[in-house]
Design a protein around this ligand. Sequence first.
Ligand SMILES: Nc1ncnc2c1ncn2[C@@H]1O[C@H](COP(=O)(O)OP(=O)(O)OP(=O)(O)O)[C@@H](O)[C@H]1O
Ligand SMILES: [Mg+2]
Length: 259
Amino acid sequence: MSKRIEVNNLDVFYGDFLAVEGVSITIEPRTVTALIGPSGCGKSTFLRTLNRMHEVIPGAHVDGEVLIDGNNLYGPGVDPVLVRRQVGMVFQRANPFPTMSIKDNVLAGVTLNNRKLSKSDSESLVERSLRGANLWNEVKDRLDKPGMGLSGGQQQRLCIARAIAVSPDVVLMDEPCSALDPISTLAIEDLIEELKQEYTIVIVTHNMQQASRVSDKTAFFNIAGTGKPGKLIEYNDTTTIFSKPSVQATEDYVSGKFG
Ligand SMILES: Nc1ncnc2c1ncn2[C@@H]1O[C@H](COP(=O)(O)OP(=O)(O)OP(=O)(O)O)[C@@H](O)[C@H]1O
Ligand SMILES: [Mg+2]
């Protein structure tokens, strides 16, 4: 299920504005890759190109290729809706559907994809996804209660359950813990560690400890100044990026000198 992502010379635009320039990177299956860098350098923008969410914004477009196991997401005739099913996303703020029960939140992506499930199939999918998101024990007795009734950390795990219920190959996470307390953050980090057995995971984080705790590889992005495009500066094993990076800017950033 877990798949390789290969990005070749990707430029990312909002209208005429080149927000991210010339990214080439290969992300191996069953790894966690952290994207780090100062605010505005294009981490979220780049992340959203990996499941064609970028184009949801009017005028937004890309040049270059994103291959998932060799298939270009931006090839002619590729349906962005199917891409988003293959490459799931978890956002900074937990965003369960407010009017839906816990169970219906888990199933939301599956039903949107027009899959009809029998009652027993949907029950087992709900259980499997909630177990996968390490939330089952906390909610199994209130599956019909609103998703909004959960704590912030539980809501974020519910969103992860919703993302994995559609059986994606890749899970993208944009600062998934930034609104969470330390305990919930550790729960999500443990979960990420487990999920990488099955999925390719790419996570944006501002938290350097988190990047070094959860990721195998780290990609450092930077920006030369306002209005300039963000670029991928250095990509390597996380231990190398944090202990002996080859670019001075990487060292300055990971040691907290800027950003
Ligand atoms: N919807 C948009 N329309 C136009 N420009 C945008 C849009 N979203 C982001 N940008 C611009 O693209 C650049 C990269 O922004 P992005 O949000 O990707 O940065 P980031 O690295 O995720 O920052 P942060 O760490 O603050 O989340 C910035 O110059 C930003 O102003
Ligand atoms: Mg961002």
